[in-house]
Write a protein that binds this ligand. Structure first.
Ligand SMILES: [Zn+2]
Length: 303
């Protein structure tokens, strides 16, 4: 879990702002309501009936309980109807599940992780990627097996059989599309998932390398996100002392922590080991830790 105090404070402030907004709306509405004689009188009557109901419940007077319960409902409905006829400001929630409290059934609501992800992306200086939808993909007959493996990974996340997937294959074989489907599926279930192109990641590494200030925060985000997807590995320029070193450190750190990783690449395993160093290759290409998912284009199949 992302521990950066800066980001957690930002999320907490977000909930604080949302709460303040609701409070302002409530005060505005309360003023209108308290100036309405009919409303005040109905509320008073409801209060009286509720009091009598509590008394009847204490005395276990079932006939009275039944009669008064019905009356409570009648008054509540009358109040509701009256409220609907008044020019009250609507209370809108960003999250209807938790009503913007960030807590649902004693646990953190999904919106908490959504805000945390957004602030994490903001700190990395990258935009949110539009995810994919497994159900909307046109399944190529050549990719049925791959589709099944990847869908299974997304459905079982984080309890997957293997933590790391490497999608290997030529341009235009659907690797990125499927990676985006995993991204959406994992995010929808309330996990923090980041999708970065290798070029974006490389720029982030440069930022870490040159700025003391951002380094810890960025490293926390990259290494603690539940899922990291690196798209198109091998297309980024190699910066001396940065690209390979930071990539190795990040990937090793995530593997050690048992965090999930998906890499898509146009390179084959031989080209990968040539481009990056031996240590990186032995880490990431270790078949006991990573599953290779080959994407073969249909053209290739026909040949
Ligand atoms: Zn929520």
């Amino acid at each position: 879990m992302i521990k950066s105090k800066i980001l957690i404070d930002k999320v907490n402030n977000k909930y604080f702002d949302l709460k303040a907004e609701k409070y302002a709306v409530k005060r505005y509405n309360d003023e209108i309501l308290s100036a309405n004689d009919e409303y005040v009188s109905l509320e008073n009557k409801l209060g009286e009936v509720k009091f009598l109901l509590a008394k009847a419940e204490y005395l276990e007077d079932n006939d009275q309980i039944k009669k008064l319960s019905t009356e409570v409902e009648v008054y509540k409905k009358m109040i509701e109807t009256l409220k609907n006829s008044l020019p009250l400001a609507p209370v809108k929630y960003e999250c209807n599940l938790c009503k913007d409290t960030g807590i649902l059934n004693g646990k953190r609501c999904k919106c908490y992780y959504k805000y945390l992800t957004n602030f994490a992306l903001e700190s990395l200086g990258v935009n949110e990627v539009k995810g994919g939808d497994f159900s909307k993909l046109i399944q190529s007959p050549a990719l049925i097996k791959q589709f099944k493996v990847i869908k299974n990974y997304a459905d079982n996340f984080p309890n997957t059989q293997i933590n790391n997937l490497i999608f290997l294959g030529n341009v235009g074989t659907g690797k990125t599309e499927l990676a985006k489907c995993v991204l959406s599926s994992v995010k929808k279930r309330g996990y923090i998932a980041l999708f970065l192109t290798s070029t974006e990641l490389n720029s982030i590494f440069i930022k870490m390398h040159t700025s003391e200030v951002d380094r810890n925060l960025i490293y926390d985000v990259l290494s603690e996100a539940d899922l990291l997807i690196i798209d198109d590995l091998g297309t980024e320029p190699i910066y001396k002392n940065v690209t390979v070193e930071y990539l190795l450190s990040l990937v090793s750190n995530r593997i050690e922590k048992g965090k999930h990783l998906i890499i898509t690449t146009n390179l084959n395993d031989l080209e990968l080991s040539e481009r990056y160093n031996e240590r990186f290759t032995s880490r990431i290409l270790d078949k006991s830790k990573s599953l290779y998912v080959p994407f073969i284009s249909e053209d290739f199949r026909i040949k």
